[in-house]
Design a protein around this ligand. Structure first.
Ligand SMILES: Cc1cc2nc3c(=O)[nH]c(=O)nc-3n(C[C@H](O)[C@H](O)[C@H](O)COP(=O)(O)OP(=O)(O)OC[C@H]3O[C@@H](n4cnc5c(N)ncnc54)[C@H](O)[C@@H]3O)c2cc1C
Length: 485
């Protein structure tokens, strides 16, 4: 085996996980190689996921603003609207973003290789270029950050033209008149709500009774209301019996409850599987887990010393934000440096319309842990001046606190801006704050952040009422809790 070049670290995959790993390592003085089978760096996050979907979302929101103001804008979307026109900004966003990352990686001294990588042994990576030539690179450490791809059930024929997945949905030429979405998870809910805002008739179905089943029911209810108000339909507790393209113009979906849905296009969003094929992991004795995920320990090290895996390739939560942090931690472990305390809080951020976000525990989890010793505070966005101004009146911020200490246990938000707003709650939980922190300190006005103050006040009021009542019996206590929550 001819080793072409020796490095301290080889990173396979240039998505957020791989990038952060490489940067962390060069900052520590390591000689780093970064390999990707795509010519451009960025991974799913930049080319198929986070950034493209959010660009379309921005277009949908702009169109909504125009529609909301008929006195100012005489606005109508063209009948044969091209998706690429809606995403005109994408090329420039992607171009400048990938150029910036590439230049940054080069300025850090990271060597970029374009080709498909597989692992020959714990210290050697084989690199095959598009033209088929192979070479070998060696390193003390290897980090796999190869991400994931859409999972397609074997009985759905995804042709990427009529039946699409999240990698191909934005390659549609025209905005369809109707779209069926299979799944009720994050990607399904994001695209379903974005397309329905664009005037597409969207039908989403899933086995679960409501979409985003892992989120607080009060928040998903608000999301669902908004989705239905915009013409979307959610069919819960339904499985498909068959999904077929009729070879003319429609995708025909038969559900087990007898419903038949006919639509121009379909999006299959049935989860994701790890990109582990062809990496040679089986030959190294690494047994893969659910959906092909690579098993790792708390330091993101596989069963082989010096071989790490981070990001989507190790499974949920499959977020760009988490992938980056895992990459940083893997390098800290390899070099024996302190990564800081273990992160326990990972905020959920869902860029549906409206956004949903949460941090900490849910009401159900809080009840399981603390029984009735919790108080729930709510702020409806029609009470928040900025919510009124911006027209986000149906938002909700729900805060859960320990009724003895008033410490914040969880925050759940549904509203435009929820994914940013959640960080205030995240910091309060991380700092072990109680709800009074929102009453005894000053925040800007008018802001959506005022919702924290309103929810905290709601908790303080309920707490005072609870103390004043001094329940005498357990039953009375239970009745009171039910009234107060
Ligand atoms: C529609 C959609 C919306 C999303 N929205 C969000 C969001 O709003 N917020 C958020 O945090 N996350 C979001 N995500 C998830 C986010 O994109 C992923 O969590 C993130 O990209 C994972 O980063 P990664 O570095 O692990 O892998 P990836 O970004 O998938 O990168 C992996 C890279 O490895 C390369 N590769 C694979 N195999 C090989 C090989 N054998 N040799 C060489 N290169 C290889 C691939 O070409 C790819 O470039 C979204 C995902 C999708 C699909």
């Amino acid at each position: 085996m001819n080793i072409e070049e020796e490095f301290d670290l080889i990173v396979i995959g240039s998505g957020p996980g791989g990038q952060k790993t490489a940067i962390q390592a060069t900052n520590a003085g390591l000689k780093v190689a970064l390999i990707d089978r795509e010519r451009k760096v960025g991974g799913t996050c930049v080319h198929h996921g986070t950034i493209p979907s959010k660009t379309l979302r921005e277009a949908a929101l702009t169109i909504t603003t125009l529609r909301r103001n008929p006195d100012v804008f005489d606005f109508k979307l063209k009948d044969d609207m091209e998706v690429s026109t809606l995403m005109k900004r994408l090329d420039s966003v992607l171009g400048s973003y990938t150029d910036f990352i590439s230049e940054y990686l080069t300025s850090q001294g990271i060597s970029y290789f374009h080709g498909r990588a597989s692992i020959s042994d714990a210290n050697t990576v084989s690199l095959t270029t598009l033209k088929g030539s192979s070479s070998f690179l060696s390193a003390k450490y290897i980090v796999i950050a190869t991400g994931s791809k859409p999972r397609t059930p074997s009985d759905i024929e995804v042709d990427h033209e009529n039946i699409l997945d999240s990698d191909s949905i934005l390659s549609m030429i025209y905005l369809p008149r109707s779209l069926t979405v299979v799944g009720g998870g994050v990607i399904a809910s994001e695209y379903a709500s974005i397309f329905s805002l664009l005037g597409v008739k969207v039908t989403m179905f899933d086995r679960t009774s409501r979409p985003l089943i892992f989120m607080e029911p009060e928040c998903t209810e608000k999301f669902l209301n908004h989705f239905t108000k915009n013409g979307g339909e959610y069919i819960g507790e339904a499985k498909y019996e068959s999904i077929k393209w009729d070879s003319v113009s429609q995708v025909i979906t038969k559900l087990d409850n007898g419903t038949v849905i006919s639509s121009d296009k379909m999006l299959v969003a049935q989860g994701r599987i790890a990109n582990t094929q062809g990496l040679g992991l089986e030959d190294l004795g690494i047994e893969l887990g659910r959906n092909g995920a690579i098993p790792v320990d708390d330091n993101y090290q596989t069963s082989i010393e010096g071989l790490y895996a981070v990001g989507d390739v190790i499974g949920p939560p499959s977020l760009a934000s988490v992938s980056m942090e895992q990459g940083r931690r893997a390098i800290c472990h390899a070099l024996g440096t302190d990564p800081g305390s273990k992160f326990e809080l990972v905020p959920n951020g869902i860029y549906a319309v409206p956004e949903l976000s949460s941090v900490g525990i849910s009401e159900d989890q809080a009840r399981e842990k603390y029984g009735n010793d919790i108080i729930i505070g709510r702020a409806s966005f029609d009470e928040v001046a900025r919510g009124q101004i911006a027209g986000f009146k149906d938002g909700l911020l729900k805060m859960i606190a320990d009724s003895k200490t008033l410490k914040i246990l969880g925050v759940h938000v549904v509203a435009e801006g929820a994914t940013d707003l959640i960080h205030v709650g995240e910091m309060a939980i991380l700092n072990n704050n109680d709800v009074r922190v929102f009453l005894e300190n000053v925040m800007n006005f008018p802001t959506l952040g005022e919702a924290y103050r309103i929810a905290a006040l709601n908790i303080i009021t309920k707490h005072a009422e609870r103390l004043a009542r001094k329940p005498e019996s357990r039953i009375q206590n239970l009745i009171e809790q039910a009234e107060l929550n």
